[in-house]
Design a protein around this ligand. Structure first.
Ligand SMILES: *Cc1c(COP(=O)(O)O)cnc(C)c1O
Length: 385
């Protein structure tokens, strides 16, 4: 037996590795505090669970779902975009249901990128952009990101030979893991760049509804000419505490939506219609649940930022996302610091280099843990340092 060559180039999935180390410690009876993975700890809102309970009893929902998602779900996605961003999309041609944005992102690469071609990915970003590219036997070009430029990926210096073979550019703001936010001017420049070079701009907007201090995150589809070259990924996972449900959607350029749909038609048969009905309840129902989550994460953010600064760590309070992006102390690398915290403080943080080359020198700390565990973790980190 011989597995596909591209699999030899896959780095082990970041969180799978960390889970393994955690399990080893937990099995020795050690209390490990995870500030690692970005998985909301609060339950899915009750009205969404109720909608699911009702939907699951309908025999019509027990059959194969519509490939592209039910029209009712796609209409709910379109009405969300209209209400939230004043963006107009045609639910029939410009919206596609996804079994989580993760599969949508990976399958978009299958839909657009031939072996040997390039994907432009942020040098600090969601690992699936480069992982999906490797699985397609294609190359990732990492666009530099630095603190000085506000962690806005630099696409102005892509070498000409890469640019000639580049098919997709991934961006994602509010950014996981840095917490950075983009300006309209940056989005406009990215759209102009992708139109000029005939590149599909894929914007990963998983955190647009988890924002703080009055900041309201945009959709890239608000920008002029966006539909010429953009597809945007929205996920119910983070704002509605629905990571386990696997429901998201893509919206934007009709050609890109159709191509992604063609890949998905052939690989999956869509998400369970009952889950889509629950998602309609989330998107069209009372949004107080999202405001409540923002308030909870803001309190945790403030607690953690203050505590980390108190022990001499260099951190900014992000205006969005559920993460703190922290510089590691002098003399440490991302890995050495994360390993030290895990082995001596029994606290999991995610090494920044797992998000790409420019993530070196940082760790990501999640806000998905209750206050008392956050404070206990900071106390343990202080002891370790
Ligand atoms: C969590 C996350 C996703 C994946 O969301 P799913 O819809 O659960 O697959 C995509 N992009 C980013 C940046 C994320 O943090």
């Amino acid at each position: 037996m011989q597995k596909a060559e591209c699999l030899n180039h896959m780095a082990p999935y970041l969180f799978a590795q960390i889970d393994k180390k955690r399990d080893a410690l937990t099995s020795q009876g050690i209390d490990v505090i995870s500030l690692g993975i970005g998985d909301p700890d609060m339950p899915t809102p009750a009205h969404v669970v109720d909608a699911m309970a009702e939907a699951i009893r309908k025999p019509a929902n027990h059959q194969y779902p519509d490939y592209a998602g039910s029209l009712a779900y796609r209409e709910a996605c379109a009405s969300y975009l209209k209400r939230r961003f004043s963006v107009d999309v045609d639910p029939k041609t410009e919206v596609l249901a996804l079994i989580g944005s993760k599969e949508g992102i990976a399958h978009l690469i299958t839909a657009f990128v031939n072996p040997g071609e390039y994907v432009l990915a942020p040098s600090i970003g969601y690992p699936v952009y480069s992982g999906g590219t490797t699985l397609q036997s294609a190359h990732t070009y990492f666009m530099p990101m630095t603190e000085e430029n506000g962690f806005l990926a630099d696409f102005d210096h892509v070498p000409a030979d890469v640019l000639a073979k580049a098919k997709i550019m991934f961006l994602g703001y509010p950014n996981n893991p840095t917490g950075a936010i983009a300006t309209d001017e940056y989005f406009d420049r990215a759209i102009a760049f992708c139109r000029e070079h005939d590149i599909l701009l894929a914007h990963d907007n998983a955190y647009c509804d988890l924002t703080y201090d009055g900041y309201v995150a945009p959709s890239i589809l608000e920008r002029p000419h966006a539909k010429d070259c953009c597809i945007e990924f929205f996920s119910l996972s983070k704002p509605y505490n629905m990571t386990g449900w696997r429901i998201a959607f893509a919206a934007g350029n009709a050609y890109a939506i159709e191509a992604l749909g063609t890949v998905k038609n052939n690989l999956d048969s869509g998400q369970f219609t009952a889950v889509q009905e629950a998602a309609i309840a989330a998107l069209t129902g009372d949004q107080q649940c999202v405001a409540d989550m923002c308030e909870l994460y803001r309190q945790r953010r403030d607690l953690l930022v203050e505590a980390l600064r108190g022990i001499g760590m260099d951190v900014e309070a992000p205006k969005a996302t559920i993460y703190i992006w922290a510089k590691v102390p002098q003399g440490e690398t991302s890995e050495s610091f994360a390993t030290k915290l895990l082995e001596t403080a029994h606290v999991i943080v995610t090494p920044g280099n797992g998000y790409g080359p420019d993530g070196e020198g940082y760790v990501r700390i999640s806000l998905t843990t209750p206050d008392e565990r956050i404070l206990e973790a900071v106390r343990r980190i202080k002891e370790t340092m």
